[in-house]
Design a protein around this ligand. Sequence first.
Ligand code: SF4
Length: 343
Amino acid sequence: MITIYDTEAIEEIRSRNAVQPHRMKLFRNALFKNSADCKTALEMLPEKARADFKTRIDFESLELAERHNSEIDGASKLIFRTRDGHLIESVLLRPKTGRTSICISSQVGCACFCSFCATGKMGFTRNLSAGEILDQVTQANRMLKPENRSIRNVVFMGMGEPLLNLESVSASIDFMTAPQFFDLSPARITVSTVGIPTAMDAFTERFPKVKLALSLHSARQAVREKLMPMAGKYPLERLRGTLSALGGKIMIEYLMLAGVNDQEEDLIALIDYLSGIPVHINIIPFNKYPGCDLLGTPQPEREQFANRLKAAGFDVTLRYSLGADIAAACGQLVQNKRKELIG
Ligand code: SF4
């Protein structure tokens, strides 16, 4: 079946039904700009064309399986079920001072096996299609409509390594930024990666305004490899060339883990590794979850680490955990749900 994101196939249906372009514009605006449901969007089309559109187009690529709302900070975790029965997660963030954001998934599971990540423990099942990536945003916008909110920032930081699903991720970004669809500014989209230099180079060439975030987590090769097995394939030395070329266009993510990457030698290695590259560093707290024996660095030590980086001349943001009461660590809820389903 054709999805609502398949522009070529929809153009064919439009042409067959001789729908005027201005009626199509109303239909698209209803769906992607006004977050209307399928019935309301169909009413924008001439009556005789509605049945064909309704029967031939699949308006939802995903089914919402669960929604968990945080009672402390306005985050909502959404679990979606794909048509073939897999579960993926998205997180809606409503920061008091910022724009409404969504953290979306790009794969079912992940092949990167990062030791701190619940998704990494699931293994890889398959890539998501562009439609499945986009439907996370469409459905979130529909949920936000009664709150007079809409998604202003999209972050590819949910399940999966986006640069290992470059085709669907790129197609979804084209759609998100197209004026006739979501019309999001590319500068409001962030793609997070474990650090695959060739893919990072190709991605920034295609999307120069979309932000890249590198999950660095250690500037010591042995420590990084232990945290992120993919680091063995793409060593720090090779990655530094890409970082230098990207300069200020990249954000560095540094998850702080007690006794693992928060010691004096870690700080010195980090300052040394990033010296001369105008990056912004995000210091991230760790959400502990069952089955993982890593511990987060306590807040005072995180602050101290951040202050030392600032003193060394870096732009640093100390992040605070959002949605801690709804298992916001990537993959955690899906893992719980899987256990529930398989007993
Ligand atoms: S942190 Fe990201 S790249 Fe690493 S295992 Fe989890 S989902 Fe995959």
